[in-house]
Write a protein that binds this ligand. Structure first.
Ligand code: HEC
Length: 458
């Protein structure tokens, strides 16, 4: 029967549109009817359904939150405002009913409050489903700057596997300059008599001569300018313009300190991948490590897929893998041995809804780059989970609706990188196990404390 709740949760994105419609219609009718006051009854009817549907939205939303492992920090604003939408809609309904108490609260107050609350709730909800920059992404960078929004550096995207073959200057440095400097330092508009649109221009320098010092690279005018405090008049790019990111500054610094090589590739210059990783295309979370690994043999990937596992590369060309047994309900501890063929390549492993048991930890402990582990709806009790404490990248474990037992919580305290453990729907929910303060934020248990008299009735 559990699936009914999951299903109800999934309806949330649909149901939320009902209160929006009802409440907006109700508010519009209130304005329309404000002089004659002839349509109170139908307006009340609209707010009745607005109230009812916002309650349904709150309930389905809460189900979705608890069952699908959304972190509380992400949804708190949306949830609280959702509840407020319901409350204000109900107050409006009661006022329309003519209760004397509500005479003192004006329609204007309730109306404006509803518009504000409803808009913000909807906006936050949209952010949850479509991502934070959903609305702002199409705006031109200039407008984003005025609004104080983050301006993403769109032009430079590097691929984890192929970037090493690029010439450092033309593949990385010049694209950065093109984006942040060339609008003022080009043949048409040559501020400071300096050209930055090609290698020659950079080498020639500006009105005060060379901007690169070969003898003391760290004292180069180019570096001095980008390091000056942003408020300083000589800071580059000027304070009103889109600034260089920290990663970009590091790269320019590196290039100058290496003597501004023109044609050498990143591989030839033996530059560490860490300089470039912030320019790799972001996966959903950007939490994965970036070891330099040879891609896994295609025949191995094929054999895993032939078994029924889903195997997907993390980045288009990279060697790290996401493996999921989501369509493989018979997958069990014995079958898991095949995963050892992809030992170093697995960073995201989903064994939810399979037959695996605690014995699986024996296998999993060998996946040294494993970052996300999902064991939802399995018979895992957590016995032996301490074996994973050598996994230096393991950040997230999902064990929603598994048999996880609270006694094994403390075995995870020593995990070096752990950030979140989702335990909704496990007995760890009800457990009184005291988690020390510093580990509290890691464990999402859905700590709903029931009143004692409610508990007695269950
Ligand atoms: C909005 C226009 C603008 C942008 C964008 C801009 N600059 Fe400038 N830059 C100027 C102006 C104006 C001057 C001349 C005044 C001064 O020296 O501060 C100048 C001067 C310089 C000079 C000194 C040249 C000399 O010989 O005196 C350097 C070096 C420089 N810019 C580097 C950069 C770099 C690097 C970037 C990109 C990260 C950049 N600028 C982006 C407007 C800009």
């Amino acid at each position: 029967m559990d699936f009914i709740f999951d299903l109800m949760g999934r309806f949330h994105p649909l149901i939320v549109h009902l209160p929006i419609g009802f409440l907006l219609l109700g508010l519009m009718m209130l304005i329309f009817d404000r002089k004659e006051n002839k349509h109170q009854k139908i307006i009340r009817f609209t707010f009745f359904w607005g109230t009812f549907s916002s309650l349904a939205a709150v309930l389905t939303g809460t189900i979705q939150y608890t069952r699908e492992g959304y972190p509380w920090e992400d949804i708190q604003g949306h949830l609280i405002l959702g509840v407020l939408t319901f409350v204000f809609s109900f107050l409006m309904y009661l006022k329309l009913k003519g209760y004397a108490f509500f005479k003192r609260i004006s329609y204007q107050f309730l109306g404006y409050a509803l518009v504000v609350i409803l808009s913000i709730t909807g906006h936050l909800g949209g952010n949850l489903t479509h991502g934070k920059d959903h609305l702002s992404a199409p705006l031109p960078d200039e407008i984003k700057q005025v609004l104080g929004l983050e301006v993403p550096s769109r032009t430079l995207v590097l691929h984890p596997e192929t970037h090493r073959e690029l010439p450092f200057y033309s593949g990385v440095i010049q694209p950065i300059l093109d984006q942040k400097c060339v609008s003022c330092h080009n043949p048409k508009k040559t501020k400071g008599e300096l050209l930055l649109h090609n290698f020659k221009g950079i080498m020639i320098g500006g009105e005060k001569g060379s901007i690169i010092s070969i003898i003391k690279p760290e004292e180069s005018e180019m570096l001095k300018r980008i390091h000056l405090p942003r408020d300083e008049k000589k800071h580059m790019p000027p304070k009103a313009k889109i600034q260089l990111s920290k990663a970009e500054i590091k790269l320019i610094e590196q290039w100058v300190s290496m003597g501004t090589p023109e044609n050498k590739t990143i591989a030839e210059l033996r530059l560490s991948q860490s300089f470039f990783s912030s320019f790799f295309p972001k996966d959903e979370t950007g939490i994965y490590p970036d070891p330099v690994l040879d891609p896994l043999d295609k025949s191995v990937i094929d054999s895993l897929m032939a078994m029924g596992l889903q195997v997907a590369p993390l980045y288009k060309t990279a060697s790290l893998l996401k493996i999921s047994a989501i369509n493989f309900p018979d997958f069990d501890d014995q079958k898991a041995v095949v995963l050892l063929k992809a030992l170093d390549h697995i960073v995201d492993l989903d064994l939810g809804q399979t037959q695996v048991t605690d014995a699986i930890f024996e296998v999993i402990q060998q996946f040294k780059y494993l970052t996300v582990l999902k064991l939802n709806r399995t018979a895992i009790s957590g016995n032996g989970i301490n074996k994973l404490n050598n996994l230096e990248h393991l950040k997230q474990i999902n064990m929603i609706n598994s048999n996880f037992e609270a006694v094994h919580l403390e075995e995870m305290y020593s995990f070096p990188a752990l950030e979140k453990v989702y335990l909704f729907g496990t007995s760890a929910n009800q457990s009184t196990e005291e988690i020390p303060d510093q580990f509290q934020p890691i464990f999402e248990r859905g700590n709903y404390k029931l009143d004692e008299d409610v508990e007695e009735n269950l």
